[in-house]
Design a protein around this ligand. Structure first.
Ligand code: SF4
Ligand code: F3S
Length: 106
């Protein structure tokens, strides 16, 4: 499965949603997650993310491993998103800021 990680938080560009053949993305207030039960490992979404926030599960950086479980858990509660929408207002400013998990809204 693929996993959305820290750099999506407060950016949420949603370009990833456009290419997913199985609509595996679920939306929170300032972050998207992938439901591991939906994802078919097609590998189409990582390159679409302008902030490089999506990784194959085995390639998630060491300091981001908690996002594997977070994607699985949050995707149970959040609504599915199937259409691209505008990024969050401050998206450019937040790209590359580390440890945005502290701002994660659930
Ligand atoms: Fe969807 Fe493919 Fe990305 Fe999985 S890897 S979330 S199936 S686009
Ligand atoms: Fe987030 Fe990148 Fe998708 S910022 S919403 S994972 S395109």
């Amino acid at each position: 499965t693929f996993v959305v990680t820290d750099n999506c938080i407060l950016c949420k560009y949603t370009d990833c949603v456009a290419v997913c053949p199985v609509d595996a993305f679920y939306e929170g207030p300032n972050f998207l997650v992938i439901n591991p039960d939906d994802c078919i490992d097609c590998d189409l979404c990582p390159v679409e993310c302008p902030v490089d926030a999506i990784f194959q599960e085995d390639a998630v950086p060491e300091d981001q491993k908690e996002f594997i479980e977070l994607n699985a858990e949050l995707s149970k509660n959040w609504p599915r998103i199937t259409e691209v929408k505008p990024a969050l207002a401050q998206a450019e400013k937040w790209d590359g800021v580390t440890d945005k998990i502290q701002y994660l809204a659930t």
